[in-house]
Write a protein that binds this ligand. Structure first.
Ligand code: SF4
Length: 393
C-alpha cells in the first residue's frame, strides 16, 4: 500500500463529499479498506453535521409482529416458523393485535412498526383489518407497516399489482413502509441467503410503486453474512439510483447480522470496527438519502452512541417488544424510555430531537426535564425515567 498515494486519493474523495457529489463504486471500496478508520468516520461526521448539525433523532414507537409463520426459509432468520403448528409459531387474532395498542393508550407513542412472516393462508383482509382497527383506536397514530417482501408476496398470492395492494392498504390506514427485506441485493449472495423471496428488482419495484403513491419508505442492508464489500457497495448504489428517481426514501438502516438460532451460526458477528465503518461509508455513499439510522437493538447501545460520530443521526426509537433480533441473540434491552434515549444522546455530545415518522420535529432537548424527570448524568440509569433500564446490560 502506497501511503502517500492513498492519502491523496482520500483527499480527492473528501473534496467530492464536500461538494455533495456522488461517489462511485471505486470510491466506496477505497473507503471500506482505507486503514485510517477515524479519518473515514470524521469525513462521514462532517457530512452528517452539514446535513443535521448536532441533532440526533428518535421517536416513540413500538413493534407488533402479528405472525411469525412464513413460507420462506431465509438462512439468517431466527424469527420465522415454517408451519402454523410448529413449536413457537404464532398468529395473533385482530383482537390480540388491538390489545397491544390498548395496553399503551396512556403512552406518548406516535408510531407502530408492523412486520410479519409470509403466512400461507391469511387473507389480505387480515392485514387490512390490523391497520383499520389500530387506526380506529388511535386515528393519529402512524402505521409503518409491511415490508416490500410482504407486499410482493401479497401481490403474487392475491393476483394483484403492487400498486393495487398498496392502494388498498393505504386506504385501510397504511402511512409508510419499513425498509426490511432488502437483505443484500447481489444475486450471488441472495441465492445463498434467501432464495425464493422477492429479488432485488422486485424489492425496488415495490418501493418505486409506494413512492409513486406518496408512501414514504425506509431502506436497509443486511451485512455480515456471505456478502463481499463489492456487494455492499453495489447494494448502496442501487438504493441511491432509486432515490435519484423518486426521492421517496427517508432513512437508510444498515442491519448487522445476528447468528443465534439460525442456519448461519458458524459465522462470527460483524466487529465493532465493521459496524462503525459501514455507518460511515453509508453516510458518504448515500449522499441523496437524508438520514442514517443506527438500530441500537442490533449493534448495542454503546456502539450506537459512538456511531453518532460516524455519520449516524438517528437512533430509532423506544421500540418495545422487539422480537426479530432478540430471537437471533440480540442482548440489548427490549425497550428504552425517552429519558434513556435523551441521556444517551446528550452523553454523546449531541442534541436529542424527538421526531414523528416523517421527521417532523416534536420536541428538542433544551437541557430541561423530560416528562417531569430531571435527566442527571450523575445518577445511575436505573433511577431515571420509566421502561427497561440500561443497567440490565
Ligand atoms: S426473513 Fe422474513 S421472509 Fe425470510 S424467513 Fe424470516 S420472516 Fe420469512
Amino acid at each position: 500500500m502506497n501511503r502517500t498515494k492513498d492519502t491523496a486519493r482520500f483527499a480527492r474523495i473528501a473534496d467530492k463529499v464536500r461538494a455533495n457529489e456522488a461517489l462511485d463504486a471505486d470510491d466506496g471500496l477505497f473507503l471500506y479498506t482505507y486503514p485510517d478508520l477515524l479519518a473515514v468516520g470524521a469525513l462521514a461526521n462532517e457530512r452528517r453535521e452539514a446535513l443535521h448539525g448536532d441533532k440526533t433523532f428518535f421517536n416513540v414507537n413500538f413493534h407488533i409482529n402479528p405472525t411469525n409463520v412464513c413460507v420462506a426459509d431465509c438462512k439468517f432468520c431466527s424469527f420465522a416458523r415454517l408451519e402454523p403448528d410448529a413449536p413457537a409459531a404464532y398468529t395473533m387474532s385482530i383482537d390480540e393485535v388491538k390489545q397491544k395498542l390498548l395496553d399503551r393508550m396512556d403512552q406518548p407513542v406516535t408510531e407502530i412498526h408492523i412486520v410479519n412472516g409470509l403466512h400461507h393462508h391469511l387473507p389480505l383482509d387480515y392485514y387490512k383489518d390490523c391497520l383499520r382497527e389500530l387506526k380506529a383506536l388511535r386515528p393519529d397514530i402512524h402505521l409503518k407497516a409491511y415490508t416490500a417482501v410482504e407486499i410482493h408476496y401479497f401481490a403474487e398470492k392475491y393476483g394483484m399489482s403492487y400498486t393495487q395492494v398498496l392502494s388498498e392498504l393505504k386506504e385501510a390506514g397504511l402511512d409508510s413502509m419499513p425498509g426490511g427485506g432488502a437483505e443484500i441485493f447481489a444475486e450471488r449472495a441472495r441465492r445463498k441467503l434467501c432464495r425464493g423471496k422477492a429479488d432485488a428488482d422486485e424489492w425496488l419495484a415495490v418501493h418505486r410503486a409506494a413512492h409513486e403513491l406518496g408512501i414514504r419508505t425506509n431502506c436497509t442492508m443486511l451485512y455480515g453474512t456471505v456478502e463481499t464489500l463489492e456487494e455492499r457497495i453495489d447494494h448502496m448504489l442501487r438504493l441511491r439510483d432509486l432515490q435519484a428517481e423518486t426521492g421517496g426514501f427517508q432513512t437508510f438502516i444498515p442491519l448487522a447480522f445476528h447468528a443465534d438460532n439460525n442456519s448461519l451460526q458458524k459465522l462470527p458477528p460483524p466487529t465493532g470496527v465493521d459496524n462503525l465503518r459501514t455507518y460511515a461509508v453509508s453516510r458518504l455513499m448515500l449522499h441523496n438519502i437524508a438520514h442514517i439510522k443506527a438500530y441500537w437493538i442490533m449493534i448495542g447501545i454503546k456502539t450506537a452512541q459512538i456511531s453518532l460520530s460516524f455519520g449516524v443521526d438517528d437512533l430509532d426509537g423506544t421500540v418495545q417488544e422487539e422480537k426479530i433480533y432478540h430471537m437471533a441473540g440480540a442482548e440489548t434491552p427490549q425497550a428504552l424510555s425517552r429519558v434513556d434515549l435523551v441521556r444517551l444522546i446528550r452523553e454523546a455530545g449531541r442534541v436529542a430531537v424527538e421526531r414523528d415518522t416523517l421527521y417532523n420535529e416534536r420536541w428538542t432537548d433544551d437541557g430541561e426535564a423530560l416528562d417531569g424527570i430531571r435527566i442527571d448524568a450523575s445518577l445511575p440509569y436505573s433511577t431515571q425515567g420509566q421502561g427497561v433500564r440500561l443497567n440490565v446490560l
